[in-house]
Write a protein of this length. Structure first.
Length: 129
């Protein structure tokens, strides 16, 4: 099973049932993805909990003032069975600029706008809208 796809599905399902927080098993890559989502306002809280081999992430979900979730959908683009790479010229805005693509670049994980600004391409991890 793909752990990043599992994380995205957990966040999406928790947002649909209006949960306050969701727990996800910890990894450094998931932690970096969660921090990018927090910067863009899709998640309100990112905390590491537990110790040694029982670590997990506690993610607080963000909602609009009317109660609808900020995160409406997520799609895993590059999968373990098929990796998808994009050059900087091929990186396009997600949902006409209302979404976010997370890209693994040589300079670390970046959002699509940051990757275009820094002129780096890489593996497209996922799309969030």
């Amino acid at each position: 099973m793909d752990p990043i796809a599992d994380m995205l599905t957990r966040i999406k399902n928790a947002a649909l049932v209006k949960k306050e927080t969701v727990l996800v098993p910890y990894s450094q890559m998931k932690f970096e993805i969660a921090n990018i989502l927090k910067e863009r306002g899709y998640i309100s809280l990112v905390e590491r909990r537990g110790r040694k081999n029982r670590k997990f992430l506690e993610l607080g979900l963000a909602y609009e003032p009317d109660g609808s979730p900020r995160l409406h959908g997520a799609k895993r683009v590059s999968k373990p069975s098929r990796r998808i790479y994009r050059k900087v010229a091929e990186i396009r805005p997600v949902r006409r600029g209302f979404g976010l693509a997370i890209i693994s670049t040589p300079k670390g994980l970046k959002g699509d706008a940051a990757a275009r600004r820094e002129r780096v391409g890489g593996e497209v991890i996922c799309e969030i809208w």
